[in-house]
Write a protein that binds this ligand. Structure first.
Ligand SMILES: [Zn+2]
Length: 222
């Protein structure tokens, strides 16, 4: 059963009341996992972003930083629906995916992510959004490809510089970041170190891609 709840939040900037959705539980029937950790599921999980944009003053803020009110008060108080980053970009072609990526990149540059957890969240969003161009085979021209590559490399370098992996899956992500940067030997070292403790299909397939010197995101064969 899917349980979606609506919550009323107070914009931290202008105090306007905003209505946002919250996911309580979700049943997945089928899911596809990609080498960068993105999971596509059937049915699609509704987009519930931790980053919201006030519909009144246009300020972006973290959901966790907003005061949450009782949801049944919302409609009486004239709450506006809060925007999520994906609401600002209506189509999902390459141009639009690059625009969302540049938006996330701008948030990072202005220090919007002020804790380790927020930076990991935002850099993961940016990583997945850029890879979506390749993942969903969007049409891309040379200029856009150059832009995609440079945004991806900058984000992955920044990500690696702060990332503190603490479990098997996080070491796998670290290796994947190096692989997508074309640093195959570093990726292999990380994978061979964790291979001693655990074996997984994802690990084997990422290792194989390193052997082929392939940098692209790919779907993990389950
Ligand atoms: Zn506001």
């Amino acid at each position: 059963m899917t349980l979606i709840n609506s919550v009323i939040l107070k914009c931290p900037n202008c105090s306007h009341l905003l209505e946002a959705i919250e996911l309580q539980s979700f049943h997945l029937f089928k899911s596809e996992v990609f080498s960068d950790g993105k999971i596509d599921s059937t049915p699609l999980i509704p987009d519930v972003s931790e980053i919201l944009i006030c519909t009144d003053c246009n300020t972006d803020f973290w959901r966790e930083d907003a005061v949450c009110l009782n949801s049944d008060q919302g409609s009486d108080l004239g709450a506006l629906p809060a925007n999520q980053p994906s609401d600002l970009f209506l189509s999902f072609n390459c141009e639009s995916r690059l625009s969302i990526s540049k938006y996330y990149n701008k948030l990072l540059s202005r220090g919007f992510a002020d804790t380790y957890e927020k930076e990991v969240y935002l850099r993961t969003l940016l990583w997945h959004e850029l890879n979506n161009i390749i993942r969903y085979k969007a049409k891309i021209d040379d200029i856009q490809f150059h832009e995609y590559e440079s945004l991806l490399a900058n984000n992955l370098k920044g990500f690696i510089s702060i990332y503190k992996p603490a479990c098997f899956t996080e070491y796998l992500f670290l290796a994947e970041m190096h692989r997508e940067l074309g640093e195959f030997d570093i990726a292999k070292h990380i994978l061979e170190d964790i291979k001693l403790q655990e074996t997984s299909k994802a690990l084997k397939q990422i290792l194989k891609a390193c052997g082929k010197r392939d940098k692209r995101v790919f779907k993990i064969n389950q």
